[in-house]
Ligand binder design. Sequence first.
Ligand code: SF4
Length: 370
Amino acid sequence: METNQVDSIREKVKNCLRVSTEDATYLYNNSDDATLAELASMVRCRFHQEQDASYIIMAIVNYTNVCVAKCDYCSFYRLPHQAGTYLLDLEQVCAKVDALKSLGGKLVGFNGGFHPKLRIRDYADLFSKVRDRFPDLEFYEMTVAEFMFSCKLSKVSYDEGAQILKSSGTRWVTGGGAEILEDNFRKRHSPGKYTTADYFKAQGAILRAGMGSTATMVIGFDETLEERMSHLSALRQFQDSTNCGLTSFLCWTYKPWNNELGGVEVSTREYLRWLAISRIYLDNIVHIRTSVLTKNEDALLGLQFGANDFDLPTEDEVTQKAGATISHNFELILDAARALGYVPRKRAAFPIGGQIPTSQKTVVNDEVRV
Ligand code: SF4
């Protein structure tokens, strides 16, 4: 009976036993919203106080829109020969960081494209100059996707590229550009970007060099449930293999405007259900983040579906071009969390690493993992 199967998965979650891919698929297909919220909240409570919700004000600074990857779901890029391309210089980048500071921001994520002229040392040089100017801020300096392309262009291995960044003072390269980590999906939509195995090779090099990284996911293209589960499964395995090296997981929704792929954005309900599955399945990631950037105030409902953290974004041209709207009325967004009974707490940037509290056990195949 269906109910029995949900009950048996609930028992696993209660006892900190790992749920299988089949369990998660079953839950997604058969559980009501309240059950998903309940199970996701149980896993959330292993790591966080029930009413706690943390946030950080941040900007995504898009230093160039030049990209040769040609992903069909992208509304942002311009090919090098097209009109409207740009590459910001140091002063233009710093002006954007100043704008973030004036809004109380503490974190900058740099995100551009696969620029065919930028070598890994160019990035290292730019980032170290920006860091020198703003020693009180934290920087997510590249996405893994940009890192991989730049290493190839520079003819260095991922380990060598990571060492170049690390020795210039870089602290973070984030897991952005992951979308759906499944090779059939990648072939359909961005064959020139990377393979899934390559993505994790680069993530491994970043962590080995002692920098921090994160996990990301975007849903709502045309991916199947199997492809989504494959993404979560690969992430969970990678996290196990790196002793919980990734600090957080952020899932957001694809915005279907102004690009080749088009389509319809997934509903808030579907997003929340997927957030819950992610929290239940990714039992080795402490921080699950909900996306104000793509879901505005509705994102705060994600706190009831397993998320414990969110950004208050001040700008991101990539998603804005695709249809996202950004509000600087932070109190309005925080009120949405308060109305649900949460106490939003402004935080500093997370420390590097996964930080599973030693008391929080997950049992995998009879083996206790901490
Ligand atoms: S999603 Fe990123 S890699 Fe793909 S085309 Fe857009 S900017 Fe380039």
